[in-house]
Design a protein around this ligand. Structure first.
Ligand SMILES: Nc1ncnc2c1ncn2[C@@H]1O[C@H](COP(=O)(O)OP(=O)(O)OP(=O)(O)O)[C@@H](O)[C@H]1O
Ligand SMILES: [Mg+2]
Length: 384
């Protein structure tokens, strides 16, 4: 009998839709000024909104982390080659439908919407109902979304990461004892939300202004850390325990950013300066670097993966400090997986560089999860 795979996802809504009961002070809500603030001075507010942003919403990036139908269809199609797929949209009726359908395991790409634990909601419901879940558990997902907690764990485990403080007030930013330049970003956002060219602060006045703005806009602590001026990489990891391995490293080529833009892969680079018609050719994979540096990057990324106790897959962002040493910036245990090769999507790109098609990647991850859960291979089952 085919393994029954529940596919948990959040579908990016087309129509304006702020869920009932949503509060404007939700940690995930920002005001429209965020767009005005980060757009180039030449752009009128909202005029330059890229795809995936919603000009009709008070917070255009509210659904930035959610998936397009094409991604959900592509994942479902790949999973259908190794099992029976049951689509489970992670909406308010998710728990009921999970209980009613009881798949053998859930393949989770749902990002959640509200609160700092949003990425952990689906696996927590699975845990509650005793349904095994692919990818990281609720604790690892919530910790990884909180960049401050993540860095505390990395520091404790000796994984290289930049010095930082968590600013909960303007006064915290005024009193920071770290040398400038510093980098300021919301403590628990992803997909470039709240990370802009203004995150790079050259002096205390800029830092206080930006911290104030982020505190007010995102209603959560601001991570203030040493600015890492070196090259940037991202590492896709597959597998568990000793079998965890890195796919070819992706390097960011900041020369592709508009002239004068600082080397930051934030909101503008992800959402304003990159489109299917005019793609930013920012990823270089495999990264053209010396093997010594590649080994340091892989070892930092794997150490971070194990320190946070991630499962099955994860993408780890790494950037070099002034001395050229790779520092872990953050972990993405729910990595973006756009299926169209023309799209800038690191994990599928790294998989392609390793000779894996999109379907190969999704099948491999599902197999890794199913072997962890059941001790059996999904792929052998299909082959036999
Ligand atoms: N300390 C730092 N020094 C230099 N650049 C940084 C630093 N922290 C972040 N950045 C830049 O900002 C970008 C976004 O930061 P980060 O990865 O923390 O945000 P994110 O929104 O969680 O990203 P993702 O889209 O991967 O979820 C990084 O890719 C990097 O270019
Ligand atoms: Mg990142």
């Amino acid at each position: 009998m085919a393994v029954r795979i529940g596919l948990a996802f959040n579908l990016k809504p087309e129509a304006p839709a702020i869920p009932a009961g949503a509060k404007s002070d939700s940690p995930s809500i920002v005001s429209p000024e965020v767009i005005t603030e980060v757009s180039s001075p030449d752009d009128p507010p909202h005029a330059a909104l890229g795809r995936a942003l919603r000009a009709d919403l008070p917070q255009p990036d509210l659904y930035a982390e959610w998936d397009e139908p094409a991604t959900i269809d592509a994942v479902a199609a790949a999973l259908a080659t190794v099992g029976e797929v049951i689509r489970l949209e992670a909406d308010e009726s998710f728990a009921e439908r999970l209980r009613a359908t009881r798949p053998d395991f859930v393949f989770n790409i749902a990002e959640g919407l509200w609160g700092p634990n949003r990425e952990g909601h689906v696996p927590a419901i699975c845990e509650f109902l005793g349904v095994p879940c692919h990818a990281s558990d609720p604790l690892a997902l919530a910790l990884s979304l909180h960049k401050g907690r993540t860095k505390e764990i990395l520091r404790q485990r000796g994984v290289p990461t930049a010095p930082f403080i968590l600013a909960r007030s303007r006064d915290d930013a005024r009193g920071v004892q770290l040398p400038f330049p510093l980098f300021a970003k919301p403590a628990f956002e992803g997909s470039g939300k709240g990370v802009s060219v203004k995150s790079l602060c050259h002096n205390r006045a800029e830092l206080v202004t930006q911290t104030d703005y982020l505190l007010e806009t995102y209603r959560q602590p601001v991570l203030v850390e040493t600015y890492l001026p070196g090259r940037e990489f991202t590492v896709a990891i597959l597998g568990n325990g000793d079998e965890a391995r890195c796919l070819p490293i992706v390097a960011m080529n900041f020369d592709t950013l508009p002239p004068g833009a600082p080397p930051i892969y934030g909101y503008e680079a992800k959402w304003l300066w990159d489109s299917l018609d005019n793609p930013l050719d920012i990823y270089e994979c495999p990264a053209d670097i010396l093997e010594g540096l590649a080994q340091e990057i892989r070892s930092a990324a794997l150490a971070a993966y194990h320190a946070l106790e991630c499962r099955d897959w994860c993408r780890v962002d790494v950037r070099c400090d002034a001395a050229g040493r790779p520092m872990v910036v953050e972990l993405n245990p729910l990595p973006g997986i756009l299926p169209d090769p023309r799209d800038n999507s690191c994990f599928p790109k790294a998989a392609r560089a390793a000779g894996m098609s999109y379907d190969d990647l999704i099948r491999a991850v599902a197999d890794i999860a199913w072997r962890r859960i059941s001790g059996r291979s999904l792929l052998e089952k299909v082959a036999s």
